[in-house]
Design a protein around this ligand. Structure first.
Ligand code: SF4
Length: 466
């Protein structure tokens, strides 16, 4: 166990995550200790004295000490935030060119040249996507719709999704409540233009064809013209011609079929309960039915996987040739089965795996277009979306760059409102301001259904009183 003691609260978050990134296999415990002389003390033998420096300088000092102690560097240096491209976009707006940015990012945040290049390239791409999507209007929003059911629960997953077999009797009332919430949302947002709709989860195609028909029919009625309409088909074991036909009928423009890995041994190990062959079949079926924007998700660092496994997976993906490829580095959260069992991610091959994925995407003619990092991400790496030109996921860019409000419907769905002016940040220290406000729907599926029913009853009582 490594203890990270900080004299001031403001250092705890980044110091903890930095130490954890240097020692991914160790348990790390952060604590506040105002009595200490040093600003930051790490029990492995690191101490940052209080010299009256800025927070950034203090963090750089901590980083340098950890770097010299371990003989390792972190690809993203002291940057612990989830959106490195925001920093790049800001510098681009100030007129910084690529060589200047590489130097600045390295000096300021100890970021490697390779990651600085990636952040700069993605920031340029994102700006182009945003300009095309919003066309200068600030009266737009996007809609997220969550379907919290899956055929089985993957062991690395931390989403609040339930296995469909255990929730079959909840699907109908959930759908009813969800459709009411979507209708209410659309009337609340009347006057704004919806840019994109994203149906995620969970696995939306766990719904049967009739259920999908009702949901998509409602969305299309309310949102007849969209720049992008995505449905995460996700698990190949939920995809049928009948369901894809419903998606086509309602003008879904983009779907995801997510293998995560093309190694059967791995799929079995992580509880996916489908075959590699079913991925190929689902992909071929979708293509044959005219879907011309199909994304595939992969995860680098899945249990037991080596670089050879990843290269083989990429070879098989290239044979299918999706329109975009999203490469995640494994992130284990406490709520996932793997997190609860104390599984520690192996970070050894991850760097080589994500480099192999970048080369594979380039061979397919794709460019990186969005990028984000997560807490608990293996090896302190990142998740990158690659796409063929014109096949970028617009919703992904809008939500990541926080340039537009995302209004979310469904159990556990989180709305993110981008306000025109700043308000006190409800989640931070007193006095801090923000223009981004998040609010989360109740996670529990039964409670979500009960709430919508309660609201309906209240409404009808009010009408009776009138
Ligand atoms: S299919 Fe996706 S949402 Fe469902 S359990 Fe697996 S990773 Fe989680």
């Amino acid at each position: 166990m490594i203890t990270v003691s900080c004299k001031e609260e403001t250092y705890i978050y980044n110091a903890y995550h930095m130490v954890k990134a240097f020692y991914p296999e160790e348990d790390v415990e952060p604590c506040l200790d105002p009595e200490r002389e040093a600003l930051i003390n790490v029990s492995c033998g690191v101490s940052v004295a209080d010299r009256g420096c800025s927070k950034l300088e203090t963090e750089r000092e901590l980083y340098r000490q950890l770097e010299s102690l371990t003989g390792r560097s972190l690809p993203w240096g002291i940057l612990m935030g989830v959106r490195p491209t925001k920093l790049a976009a800001r510098q681009i707006q100030k007129g910084m060119n690529l060589p200047e940015f590489i130097e600045w990012f390295g000096a300021e945040r100890c970021v490697s040249e390779q990651k600085a290049r990636l952040a700069y390239q993605v920031a340029l791409k994102e700006q182009a996507v945003i300009t095309r999507a919003l066309e200068g209007s600030d009266s737009t929003y996007s809609l997220y719709v969550g379907i919290p059911f899956c055929p089985s629960i993957c062991s690395y997953c931390s989403f609040s999704s339930g296995a469909i077999d255990a929730y079959r009797d909840k699907v109908e009332p959930y759908l009813e409540a969800l459709i009411k919430e979507i209708r209410g949302t659309a009337s609340m947002c009347a006057g704004l233009t919806a840019t994109t709709v994203y149906i995620g989860g969970g696995t939306p195609t766990t719904l049967n064809a009739d259920e999908l028909d009702r949901l998509l029919g409602c969305i299309r009625e309310l949102y007849p013209s969209l720049k992008e309409f995505t449905v995460e088909a996700g698990r190949p074991d939920t995809i049928t011609a009948e369901k894809l036909e419903v998606l086509r009928r309602y003008g879904v423009t983009r779907i995801s079929i997510n293998p995560q890995s093309m190694q059967q041994r791995t799929l079995d190990l992580i509880g996916r309960r489908h075959s590699v062959e079913s991925i190929r079949e689902a992909f071929a079926l979708a293509r044959s039915m005219g879907f011309d924007n199909i994304n595939m998700d992969l995860i680098a660092g899945l249990p037991g996987e080596t670089l050879t496994d990843m290269e083989d997976t990429l070879r098989q993906i290239e044979e299918m040739h999706p329109d975009s490829l999203t490469v995640h580095s494994l992130a284990i959260k406490r709520t996932a089965q793997m997190g609860q069992s104390g599984y520690k991610a192996q970070t050894g091959d991850i760097e080589a795996m994500i480099e192999a994925a970048a080369r594979s995407a380039a061979r397919m003619g794709m460019e990186p277009y969005y990028l984000y990092r997560q807490k608990s991400i293996a090896g302190n790496f990142e998740n990158v979306g690659y796409a063929m030109p014109g096949r970028e996921g617009i919703y992904n860019v809008l939500i990541m760059e926080e340039v537009q409000s995302i209004v979310a419907c469904g159990a556990g769905a989180q709305s993110k409102l981008v306000l025109r002016s700043q308000v006190p940040n409800p989640n931070r220290r007193k006095g801090e301001l923000t223009n981004i406000v998040r609010c989360e729907n109740v996670k529990n599926i039964s409670e979500y259904i009960a709430r919508e029913q309660e609201m309906e009853e209240r409404k009808s009582q009010l009408l009776t009183v009138k």
